[in-house]
Design a protein around this ligand. Structure first.
Ligand code: ADP
Ligand code: MG
Length: 578
């Protein structure tokens, strides 16, 4: 078998590439090396785009963002042992976010297993905790069905990460072309709808509401539910609140968006429609004192196991959030129910939004230098194109940025997410820039990083420059994690002592010129200290659609949110923000 003269031969690498291509995989990110280099080359030969990154973790973040943005998984390709272990962070993040992702790693040769082979590690077992599916094909002929199953599993049901392990010997092994059969491209996931009786019950609970609230999560963004949810908001005049990545499903500028009165809306609502969002830490578990003890939740999710977590819902609607929104629309249309614009509820929310906005405006207008967060974000927001992607991470940088920077389009905000992962920004930005280039040319990617967050994947600036992706990186620099110190104070603190014992753990080197990381690779770097410098550099970078850039924005090292808080904690943030 497999040695007939004259038969065309095919390598494992070529079969992997063809199987991925057949499953409509379009993007592959990775760091090559033994034994996976051939796989990247084979993929490129079939027109799959390969983006070589500088660390597997960032590559995996990038691949996972492709899944969220395009509904088809991206691939992260890594070497065995340490390569795969670096990628685990990205797998965990994707799985926690419910984003589709395929990770493919090489592994040691099967004949050397248990012998202490080069980079030997129990990879299939290691990936189980980080994925929904983890397997090793047993032969070249088995590869197409494992790849089809991985792609299908990543997008069907609750989306997530899938792992495929490729032993080194399989990559280079050759087999007769005719012995390999490819599986047909798996269809997009079937659309599931909620039970009719549950939809009727939900509609009657909504009609009984005095203080209704719609919460839009990133599950709704992933489901492309923007049109039906917007109709529901407008038909019923519902106040809505996006979660961080639910921003843009209905534009932040919509008059029914009550993001600026978040705490009040959550605290006083009597009926909450939860659309593709979990009642986890981001939503304070759905529990008092952040909610009314008897608030009625109408929970919509594609994952049955999610229904009832932390709170017993009044109604559960198991199904695709876009389909279920349409079902609800139809049901509610029969009575033309609305939350009256002149109701006490709307009045309370509007008042609260107004007073909160006054506070942020005041902070933004302060003229003192170094600038505070609000001044920085206010000027960024002024020039932000409406259709841009906003990527954001950092503690204060992300939390305050979220309240000021607006999203107008769905799936155009990416951040630390469910897992609160730092270091995702540059990988996400690279993925968004590729998607923009291929699918919506002209859309810009603005990546707003804290100085600490930037450090996790800073070398990906080289990747950005190598592929010439016109990403705008903003590093909001306070010389530290949460907070830092200015150069003089820092020097005094060290006072000829050893920095390892004298430097506060949250300190980073004061006045670091991160913009030079960008200029080192041919992009444009700006160091800004005043609102005018910020405005000018932003104007220049937005006008230049072909060059990557980094604006290093110095802010007051002790600047915080409206009130003093001690740690990266959205729970606290939201409390003080409204
Ligand atoms: P957020 O971070 O915005 O609060 P989460 O990630 O906590 O959102 O929740 C997203 C939820 O959306 C998950 O529970 C997931 O199962 C669900 N989900 C994903 N896709 C769909 C879909 N097509 N229809 C309904 N729910 C979905
Ligand atoms: Mg910082």
């Amino acid at each position: 078998e497999g040695s007939d003269w004259g038969e065309e031969r095919v390598s494992g690498a070529a079969v992997i590439a063809q199987a991925l291509k057949t499953q409509d995989v379009q993007y592959m990110f990775g760091v090559v090396g033994f034994p996976v280099t051939e796989i990247a080359v084979a993929a490129q030969q079939l027109g799959i785009r390969y983006i070589g990154m500088r660390n597997e973790q960032a590559a995996c973040y990038a691949a996972s963002a492709i899944g969220y943005l395009t509904s088809r998984p991206g691939v992260c390709l890594v070497v065995s042992g340490p390569g795969l272990i670096h990628a685990l962070g990205g797998m965990a993040n994707a799985n926690m976010n419910c984003w589709p992702l395929i990770v493919i790693a090489g592994s040691s040769e099967r004949s050397q297993e248990t012998m202490g082979a080069f980079q030997e590690f129990p990879q299939v077992e290691a990936c189980r905790l980080y994925s929904k599916f983890s397997a090793q094909p047993s032969s070249i002929q088995h590869i197409p069905s494992v790849i089809e199953k991985a792609v299908r599993s990543s997008i069907y049901g609750r989306p997530g990460a899938c792992y495929i392990d490729i032993p080194a010997d399989l990559v280079i092994l050759q087999e007769n072309v005719n012995s390999v059969k490819y599986k047909e491209c798996c269809m997009p996931p079937p659309i599931s709808m909620a039970e009719t009786s549950a939809v009727c019950m939900a509609a009657s609970v909504i009609r009984s509401a005095k203080q209704p609230l719609l919460i839009i999560g990133k599950g709704a963004a992933y489901a492309h539910a923007e049109d039906s949810i917007r109709k529901l908001v407008e038909q019923c005049n519902l106040p809505f609140l996006p979660t961080p990545m639910g921003k843009g499903v209905v534009p932040d500028s919509h008059p029914n968006c009550v993001g600026a009165a978040r705490s009040r809306a959550l605290q006083s609502a009597d009926v909450i429609m939860l659309f593709g969002a979990r009642l986890n830490w981001i939503l304070h578990f759905g529990l008092p004192p952040r909610y009314q003890p008897d608030v009625k939740f109408i929970q919509v999710d594609i994952c049955a196991e999610e229904l009832g977590n932390n709170v017993k819902p009044a109604v559960t609607l198991l199904g695709d959030v876009n389909a279920v929104s349409k079902q609800l629309l139809e049901q509610l249309d029969k009575t033309a129910w609305q939350c009256p614009a002149e109701s006490k509820w709307w009045e309370t929310l509007r008042e609260k939004m107004k007073s909160n906005q006054v506070v942020s405006k005041e902070l933004a207008s302060r003229k003192s230098l170094p600038m505070n967060y609000y001044t920085v974000f206010y000027h960024v927001q002024e020039q932000l194109p409406r259709d841009c992607f906003v990527i954001s991470e950092g503690a204060n940088t992300m939390d305050i940025g979220r309240t000021v920077l607006q999203n107008y389009l769905p799936r155009h905000r990416l951040d630390a997410g469910t897992f609160g992962t730092m270091g995702v920004g540059l990988g996400f930005a690279i993925a968004a820039a590729l998607v923009a280039k291929d699918k919506s040319p002209g859309q810009r990617v603005i990546c707003v990083e804290g100085d600490s967050a930037f450090g996790f994947s800073g070398m990906e600036v080289e990747t950005i420059c190598r592929y010439n992706l016109p990403i705008i990186l903003l590093v909001v620099n306070n010389n530290g994690i949460y907070q830092g110190f200015n150069a003089d104070t820092w020097k005094e603190m060290l006072n000829f002592q050893d920095a390892t014992t004298a430097s506060p753990p949250m300190c980073l080197l004061p006045n670091s010129h991160y913009e030079q990381v960008m200029s080192a690779f041919g992009g444009k770097g700006y160091f800004v200290q005043t609102p005018e410098e910020l405005q000018n550099s932003l104007r220049q970078t937005l006008a230049d659609t072909s060059t990557p850039s980094l604006i290093n924005i110095m802010i007051e090292p002790q600047s915080t949110r409206k009130a003093q808080v001690s740690a990266f904690n959205l729970t606290v943030t939201c409390q003080v923000n409204d």
